[in-house]
Structure formats: structure tokens, C-alpha cells
Design a protein around this ligand. Structure first.
Ligand SMILES: *Cc1c(COP(=O)(O)O)cnc(C)c1O
Ligand SMILES: [Zn+2]
Length: 425
């Protein structure tokens, strides 16, 4: 099976272009990557993934002409360089207080909010927009809970293309809409949830009206795969080994699928021992947890939730399109999935902020999930863990203000300010 961790590197089929092709993860059919626009399998409608005749090695990364960021990992990507701002090369923070409070041997925070538009979506867009140029399309579109629209607007604008974003009306954090607006996207607010927006964008794409850059697009995940390379390199440089577990928020499960692909390719090339592959651990909000339900029920397919609700708007998704890629990733790495409440998410957002790491609510779900799994004894106290924080605090200023301290009004007078400080808060 193509999705197992230890599969050997595949032979290039006749359709390959310079050692790159697309393959259906359901039936195995292969397609030329850049001849025609295609998002799913012609034969069975299954998800597609990019494949390479030569999986990447650490030596290739070290020899890269680009020092850092997504394009350092060009050996694992379909092109040498993309439309770049540049992206990636995000910090791996130590959080000593949180580490001892949660009770694991090592805890690091991979802060993807430090990308150019403030989320990991930039890693996918730099590759996706490059592919759009290769295909010669001129209008790009996405459905979005916010961050994809900000990244698409910025990278599409940079690439000189028209951008169209469909957002669930009233359900997108203020910072994200502002970004999409200023970077020049046409913003269409749909009276429906994210999943409804994605249905419409898929229809538009099918009718040839726009090139779809949601994570259904297999090339987005190629860029996001570099989060995994970066985590492994940064953690190894510090600790001389790889993390036991990577915990991440799950919406459409694109990142979960992308990290799993990163590990599989490294195992294929011999760059990573199967025994060293981190356990992929997904976290969802209780009000939008179809992946958690599937993992808990050991189900082959994810049931679409029509009603979803959570303060963590970036993961307010009831129909995770990448589930067929992500479920094997969680299972074959020995990971798990867990749901957390909005209160637990806000608690984790505060705890991260107290250590100087400012993240949006969805991002804090990773830390909330780790805390829960540690309390339940699913995560051991001797584990080395990396939590992925996917977006920046400023993306959702309303959530930050609500979770943080209230401003106190004081008179315009120093003595009165001192008296206020000395008094009750
Ligand atoms: C897109 C996004 C997610 C969800 O990622 P998936 O790859 O769709 O699972 C989580 N957090 C933030 C901040 C995001 O923007
Ligand atoms: Zn197929």
C-alpha cells in the first residue's frame, strides 16, 4: 500500500515530468503533474499526492543554495524556487514553565505564526502559486476560515494574479479579513460555514473559473511538508535526536497529511529510521471534532459534521478533506487524536502568552491537547514533544483581548496612577 510508512521509493511512471508526478492515494493511478489542471483522480475521485523518483536526504538539504526556509528543502519539492516572501525558518521556542507544568521531558513550540502573513499557510502558497504559474492560470481561489485567504491574497498578489476568496460570513477573525482585503483579494462572504464555501470553490474550479488553492490541492501540502523537515533539523541540532511526538491542531487535516508525507519520504531515502518517526497527534475543538470521532471509533472514513462551533475559528471545520491522507498518518505513526473545550484552548493560549509566545486560539489547541493527553496518561512524562502553533496572536485580536487582562482607566496624574497601582486591582 502506497500510504504505509515503510514503502520503498516508487519507480517513475511514463507520465513523470523531471522525476515528479501525481498519484491517486486511493487507486494508485498516476498523472502528469503540470499538463492539465487536476485536483482529484480522474478514475475514482480520490485525493492526489505528488511523488518523486528520488526522495530527499539531509545531505541534499545541507547542500541547498538557499540557507533557510521552505526553499532550503527544494530537493523535496517540484521546483527549485517559488513565489517567495520568503517563508518558513520559524522559531522552535523553549517554554520551560509550560514544560514542567505539563510534565514532559522536553517541550518545544514550533511557532508558524512567524511566517510572512502570520500562519503556516504561506509555506503551501509559495509552492502552490509557483505551480499555478507553471499551469498558466490567471485567477486563484480558495475557501477559507481566514488564514488561507490572507496567504492566497499575498502570494497571488506577489505573483501578479487575480485572487478570489470565499469566507463564511461573520465567522472569520478580523486580522485575517483585513489582510485579504489589503493584499487585494476579492472577498466573497457566503451565508454558510467553511464547508459550504469549499463546496462552491470546488464547483468554480471544476467549471474552470479559477485555480483552487485549498489544501485539496496536492502542491499546497508539498510546501507544508517543510514544517516537518525544519522541526526535525532544529530539534536534532539542539537535542541530538528527533522528537517522540508532534502535536498539532487539525482542521482540514492538511498539515497532518503533509507531516506524514515528510516522514514517509525521509524513511524512503533512509534519512530517517522508522523507529524515529514522531507520533502524529491531532487536536480538534470539541465542537468540530470529526477526525477525533473517526480515530476513537477506529473508522475508515470520517463522518461530515454539519453543525460546527468553536472559538478557534481556524479549525471550525466539519468535513476535513484530507482525512484519507491524515488518518493513516496518525495511525501508522502510533499517534492519536483528542478533542479539547474552548475553555481549555483559551487556558493554553494564556499559558503560551505568559511565556512570550503569542498565538491565535486554534494554535493553542495543540498545547491544550498535549496537556489533556498528559493528564490522561496517554503521553508519558519522558517524552520529547513539539507542539505546532499555526497562527499569530494578532490574527484574532478580539479573542486575544477577551482572553487577556482588561485595561484599567486611571486619572491623568502620576500620583493618582501610583495610588491606583497600590490599591486593589
Ligand atoms: C489552517 C489552519 C489550521 C488547520 O490546518 P489543517 O492543515 O487544515 O488541519 C489550524 N490552525 C490555523 C491557525 C490555521 O490557519
Ligand atoms: Zn483513483
Amino acid at each position: 500500500m502506497s500510504m504505509e510508512l515503510s514503502t520503498a521509493a516508487p519507480d517513475a511512471p511514463a507520465v513523470a515530468d523531471d522525476g515528479v508526478w501525481l498519484a491517486c492515494v486511493a487507486c494508485g493511478e498516476t498523472f502528469a503533474p503540470f499538463e492539465t489542471v487536476r485536483y482529484t483522480c480522474d478514475d475514482c475521485d480520490g485525493l492526489l499526492e505528488a511523488r518523486y523518483a528520488e526522495p530527499p536526504t539531509w545531505a541534499e538539504f545541507e547542500a541547498s543554495e538557499v540557507d533557510r526556509g521552505v526553499w532550503r528543502y527544494a530537493a523535496a519539492l517540484p521546483f527549485e524556487m517559488g513565489v517567495s516572501l520568503p517563508e518558513g525558518d520559524t522559531p522552535l521556542h523553549e517554554v520551560p514553565r509550560l514544560e514542567s507544568e505539563i510534565g514532559v521531558s522536553r517541550l518545544r513550540i514550533k511557532h508558524e505564526g512567524m511566517n510572512p502573513t502570520g500562519s503556516f499557510k504561506d509555506r503551501g502558497m509559495t509552492v502552490g502559486v509557483r505551480v499555478a504559474k507553471e499551469l498558466g492560470v490567471d485567477r486563484l481561489a480558495c475557501a477559507s476560515t481566514g488564514n488561507t485567504s490572507a496567504a492566497l491574497a499575498a502570494y497571488g498578489g506577489r505573483g501578479g494574479m487575480e485572487t478570489l476568496v470565499l469566507l463564511p460570513a461573520g465567522k472569520v477573525a478580523a486580522g485575517k479579513v483585513a489582510q485579504a482585503a489589503l493584499h487585494g483579494a476579492r472577498i466573497l462572504e457566503v451565508d454558510g460555514n467553511f464547508d459550504a464555501c469549499l463546496d462552491i470553490v470546488q464547483d468554480l474550479a471544476e467549471r474552470g473559473e479559477a485555480y483552487l488553492l485549498n489544501s485539496l490541492n496536492p502542491f499546497r501540502l508539498e510546501g507544508q511538508k517543510t514544517i516537518g523537515f525544519e522541526i526535525l533539523e532544529q530539534f536534532r541540532d539542539e537535542e541530538g535526536r528527533f522528537p517522540d511526538r508532534i502535536v498539532l491542531p487539525v482542521g482540514n487535516a492538511g498539515n497532518t497529511a503533509a507531516l506524514y508525507k515528510c516522514f514517509r519520504e525521509l524513511v524512503q531515502s533512509g534519512a530517517l529510521d522508522e523507529a524515529d518517526v514522531p507520533k502524529l497527534t491531532g487536536v480538534q475543538a470539541e465542537g468540530a471534532a470529526p477526525m477525533v470521532e473517526a480515530i476513537e471509533n477506529d473508522a475508515d472514513e470520517v463522518r461530515r459534521w454539519d453543525e460546527v462551533e468553536t472559538r478557534a475559528t481556524a479549525i471550525r471545520i466539519g468535513n476535513p478533506v484530507n482525512a484519507p491522507k491524515a488518518l493513516p498518518g496518525i495511525r501508522n505513526t502510533g499517534g492519536t487524536a483528542v478533542a479539547v473545550s474552548d475553555e481549555e484552548i483559551t487556558g493554553a493560549q494564556r499559558a503560551l502568552a505568559a511565556e512570550g509566545v503569542g498565538v491565535e486560539p486554534a494554535s493553542a489547541a495543540s498545547v491544550a491537547g498535549l496537556r489533556k493527553l498528559r493528564d490522561e496518561g496517554v503521553v508519558d512524562d519522558d517524552e520529547a514533544v513539539v507542539c505546532l502553533t499555526t497562527g499569530h496572536l494578532l490574527k484574532d485580536p478580539d479573542a486575544a483581548a477577551a482572553a487577556g487582562n482588561d485595561p484599567e482607566s486611571v486619572p491623568n496624574d502620576t500620583d493618582a496612577v501610583l495610588a491606583h497601582l497600590a490599591g486593589e486591582r
